[in-house]
Design a protein around this ligand. Structure first.
Ligand SMILES: [Zn+2]
Length: 97
């Protein structure tokens, strides 16, 4: 017999951890960087690209920390190129949180 309580049916919000500050946040509040099969990193705005991904807060502080400490490379085994870093900086380099 399976025990299914109504409480279990509450929709769970998927949580992901920021690679910089390690805070867990709802997936949609984080940016996803994905590594494609060729080993290139790119921004996954829809959060649906296949491949290995890393998440980061939409925060200039987290972006700088991730860049300075090479966290993208550590988590994804690939280095973000200058274009991606410029794109990220453009999007949220000035946002403090
Ligand atoms: Zn963060």
């Amino acid at each position: 017999m399976r025990m299914v309580s109504p409480a279990v049916k509450v929709k769970k919000i998927p949580m992901r951890q920021c690679i910089a500050c390690r805070t867990k946040k709802p997936k949609r509040e984080l940016m996803r960087i994905v590594r494609d099969p060729e080993g290139h990193l790119h921004l996954d705005l829809k959060g649906k690209s296949p491949g290995r991904g890393a998440y980061i807060c939409v925060s200039g502080a987290c972006l700088r920390k991730a860049t300075k400490e090479n966290l993208f490379a550590r988590h994804l085994d690939a280095k973000p190129d200058a274009a991606l870093l410029a794109e990220l900086d453009d999007l949220f380099g000035d946002i403090e949180s």
